[in-house]
Design a protein around this ligand. Structure first.
Ligand code: HEM
Length: 290
């Protein structure tokens, strides 16, 4: 049997304008809605949390005052919850389409669930970082992509449930004691800080500052990546696609440069707002705390 390297195929034979389709249209749309709703929630939420600072007053004025910033926050929250529910429904649809059991779907080879290879890749990555090994042959989802994915799941549970408690306090206090509202408020506020800190630093680093992706990885917006990039970035997935004969089936037309420029503009706007937010939070906590 030949090794995947020996079978490694004819990247050069594939025309440059044929790209590998990594993300479906629905997943791309959900990610854009997630970005817009998350940034709106962060801006409006933080202007409430840091209402004692001048920047929060200026920012909330932009949203029409503190009260209407609260309404914008609720609207964006409804969008984010909608994104989450749509993703769960899509998972059920895909499981049915694949005709596999839940066990097979959740623990399958290309699922988002952590597996033994992730641990091996993590150890190999550390060795690679310190110059003691090669870059690991990452597959469809790397361990840090899986971590980012589950961070959103965890975040949605914590921030969504506490946010709904703050939104509908009368409803929740029919079942829970009143002091739960105070607890929900503290958890919501602290989890918001954690989420903003993580997304606008670690997630931004992974998608913008990694040397392989600098200055921006546009794949979540275009859904496409060049076959050369796939072969370099995810060698194990590439070898598997070639071996199974599925690579060609997933090749599509690349987007024209004007579309990429528009996408980059959107991406840079998100980065600027996110990093700006981190700066304002640090300022609010370190220099203006009351
Ligand atoms: C997704 C579901 C969410 C719901 C239902 C929700 C709901 C709420 C509600 C009702 C409030 C009180 C607003 C007011 O007093 O007018 C609030 C406050 C806040 N939210 Fe959210 N929110 C959600 C997600 C988020 C996210 C993702 C973030 C951050 C990225 C966030 C950050 C904040 C912050 C910082 C506050 C102010 C807390 C404080 O005063 O200390 N929220 N949220």
């Amino acid at each position: 049997m030949t090794s995947p390297e020996e079978q490694t195929p004819p990247v050069m034979e594939i025309p440059e304008d044929r790209h590998y389709m990594r993300f479906s249209r629905l997943n791309r749309l959900l990610h854009v809605l997630m970005i817009v709703s998350f940034i709106s929630l962060a801006l409006t939420g933080m202007s409430l949390k840091f209402s004692y600072t001048t920047w929060a007053a200026v920012m909330s004025r932009f949203f029409g005052g503190f009260e209407s910033a609260g309404y914008v926050h609720r609207f964006a929250a409804a969008v984010m919850i909608g994104v989450f529910i749509t993703h769960i429904v899509d998972l059920f649809r895909r499981k049915k389409q694949d005709g596999v059991s839940w066990r097979g779907f959740i623990f399958g080879k290309n699922s988002m669930m952590f597996n033994k290879k992730d641990l091996q890749d993590l150890i190999a990555s550390v060795k690679w970082f310190i110059g003691k090994g090669e870059r690991p042959p990452y597959s469809r989802w790397t361990y840090w992509e899986k971590f980012d994915y589950f961070a959103v799941f965890w975040g949605m549970m914590v921030i969504g449930s506490t946010g709904l408690t703050l939104w509908f306090p009368e409803l929740f206090t029919n079942v829970f004691p009143g002091w739960m509202i105070n607890v929900a408020s503290i958890i919501h506020s602290d989890e918001a800080l954690l989420a903003v800190g993580f997304i606008f630093t670690v997630h931004f680093f992974n998608t913008h500052l990694r040397p392989e992706k600098f200055p921006m990885d546009t794949v979540i917006f275009t859904g496409r990546m060049s076959v050369e990039e796939l072969a370099e970035d995810k060698p194990a997935e590439f070898a598997e696609l070639v071996e199974s004969g599925n690579l060609e089936k997933n090749l599509v037309e690349a987007y024209p440069p004007i579309v990429i420029r528009a996408i980059r503009f959107f991406g840079w706007t998100a980065v600027a707002l996110g990093l700006g937010m981190v700066g304002l939070i640090i300022y609010g906590m370190v220099f203006a705390y009351r």
